[in-house]
Design a protein. Structure first.
Length: 110
């Protein structure tokens, strides 16, 4: 068992609301119907360039009824939400909330 002094401190980062799309996709088995994704993960809030959104709302705008792979799923969702930086909230030092950005990636280190 490791000693407490070997722990890695991640530091303080600005919070990002919602789950990365890749994390949601990794929880599912592929191929899968869009309706099944909505049943299982529809209430999951995902990160988007326009702020957090429920996956079911995003999938309502997707035309594909079936995703053969995780990549097909992510491509279809990104076709709706777009690509780009994801807003984060933080304190800019004067007590006011400030907007900043973080990219949505497959890995979440916070």
């Amino acid at each position: 068992m490791a000693d407490d002094d070997t722990a890695v401190t991640l530091g303080e980062g600005r919070p990002v609301e919602g789950a990365p799309l890749a994390r949601v996709g990794a929880r599912l088995m592929w191929g899968i119907e869009r309706s099944t994704v909505v049943e299982r993960e529809g209430d999951t809030v995902i990160r988007t360039p326009d702020g957090p959104r429920e996956l079911a709302d995003v999938l309502a705008a997707v035309d594909e009824p079936y995703f053969g792979t995780q990549q097909e799923f992510e491509r279809a969702v990104r076709g709706v939400i777009g690509m780009g930086p994801v807003p984060t909230a933080g304190d800019d030092g004067d007590g006011q909330e400030a907007e900043d950005t973080d990219t949505d990636g497959a890995e979440d280190t916070k």
